[in-house]
Design a protein around this ligand. Sequence first.
Ligand SMILES: [Zn+2]
Length: 273
Amino acid sequence: MPELPEVETVVRELNQKTSLKEIKEIIPIYEKVFSEGSDYQLLKNLAIKSVTRRAKYIIFSFYDSDLFLISHLRMTGKYLFNMNIGINSLSEKDQSHIRCVFKLSDQTEMYYIDARKFGRFDICKDLTKRFIHVGVEPLSDNLNIKYLTPLLKRIKPIKVFLLDQQFIAGLGNIYADEVLFLSKIKPTRASSTLNKNEIKLMIDNIKIVLGKAVDNMGTTLSDYRNTDNNKGDNQNYLNVYGREKANCKVCSTPIEKIKLGGRGTHFCPQCQV
Ligand SMILES: [Zn+2]
């Protein structure tokens, strides 16, 4: 499932490939790709101003309009482009999974492709209201010790806390495991037991881990692809995620995997306390 760095990579590419272009036509091939009540015809002839990200949502904004087009990739969503070559430049499999076509000015065609069909579009006017239940952006200054310390007083495993989107937005399963390894904190620790130094170290590592993953164009374990249909590179740099029974890169103890809050959780029993 794409997490923050993968969505950020897609957003940067979409921004380059679509900004200033007008939407000439939208063809939803899968009828449920727009959530109920989203009148996509309202976007016709609008020029794309920018593409940005909030949590794991992709947000298209437009010139001369107060509307926003919101996209969530869920499990297997991705964007590909024809770039004047035509739909035949896509593989047969990708062609059969096109859920929506956006015809843009400049003869660009943007395809939203989604094998599992969980991804959705919706249209909204008020971003503040739309994201009222979403926590702070981890790469922004809003994630700091003053914000996090009182929230950590709730007693839940720190890994479960890190995945709770109402506290920190977009930090997913892979990156939470990596952050806790670098911070030498066991995922099962009660969040309320973290001392000030550990909280500070964890915040620093959240920014480092996500920042590096963005630099590496995201992590591809199965489906994630960027808008050129390439895999990310960050899977080659993971310390614990997906490394069950492999030796810890620091102390050589085998990495353990447990279930925590329903999610596969990887950690070094020696390095993390
Ligand atoms: Zn270790």
